[in-house]
Design a protein around this ligand. Structure first.
Ligand code: G3D
Ligand code: MG
Length: 194
């Protein structure tokens, strides 16, 4: 009975953590998601937060956390309550691809983020020489690091908005699924301890 009720109740907002190196395009993406506009972004000191309704019964709260070296040390504090990870890559910046990959691996090794769904946004597809989604998947070893969860690599351009509605749709599906599976396992744990 309890499980059935859970299934039909309104889901809680899911916290979506936006990570990636500085200048990958996180803040531009957030503004585009929210307002469908391109704003002049400034390097994010600390974090930006915004809620976006992605359906009648579901809201995503986006946490856009600064990607500068100093801020990366505090990324782990945001992981605990994450219901989804949006990892943003500047697909045209081959010089910093390895650095971005290392940070990605580090985040995914964190216990708190186990099984949390991941969307990798292969951003800046409009720039010449940008690596496509298949190449980003391969270089970031996504299959290996995300084998225990739902994942997807979406090519996109935060300036034109190309690829963003697809990313939001998949993210919503994954986050809903994750949040329900977490609620179900909490209920099982409660039943077990009764
Ligand atoms: P961040 O929040 O990850 O640090 P920003 O990154 O959103 O501040 O973006 C950094 C720069 O990349 C910005 O340019 C922004 O306009 C640009 N940018 C973001 N997404 C795209 C994209 O898809 N294509 C292109 N061509 N540029 C993008 P400036 O010049 O303001 O530094
Ligand atoms: Mg920013």
């Amino acid at each position: 009975m309890g499980l059935q009720n859970t299934k039909h109740s309104k889901a809680k907002p899911a916290n979506i953590l936006m990570l990636g190196l500085d200048s990958a395009g996180k803040s531009t993406l957030l503004y585009k998601f929210k307002y469908n506009e391109v704003f002049l972004t400034m390097p994010t000191i600390g974090f930006n937060v915004d809620m976006i309704e992605t359906g009648k019964d579901f809201t995503l709260t986006f946490w856009d956390v600064g990607g500068q070296q100093k801020m990366r040390q505090v990324w782990c504090h945001f992981l605990e309550n994450a219901g989804g990870l949006l990892y943003v890559v500047d697909s045209s910046d081959k010089r910093r691809l390895e650095e971005s990959k290392k940070e990605f691996e580090l985040v995914l090794k964190n216990e708190f983020i186990k099984r949390v769904p991941v969307i990798v946004l292969a951003n800046k597809q409009d720039l010449p020489g940008a690596l496509n989604a298949e190449e980003i998947t391969r270089r970031f070893n996504v299959m290996k690091y995300c084998s225990d969860r739902n994942w997807y690599v979406q090519p996109c351009c935060a300036i034109t908005g190309e690829g963003l509605s697809e990313a939001l749709e998949i993210l919503t599906t994954f986050a809903k699924h994750y949040s329900r599976s977490k609620e179900t396992s909490t209920i099982f744990k409660e039943i077990e301890t009764q």
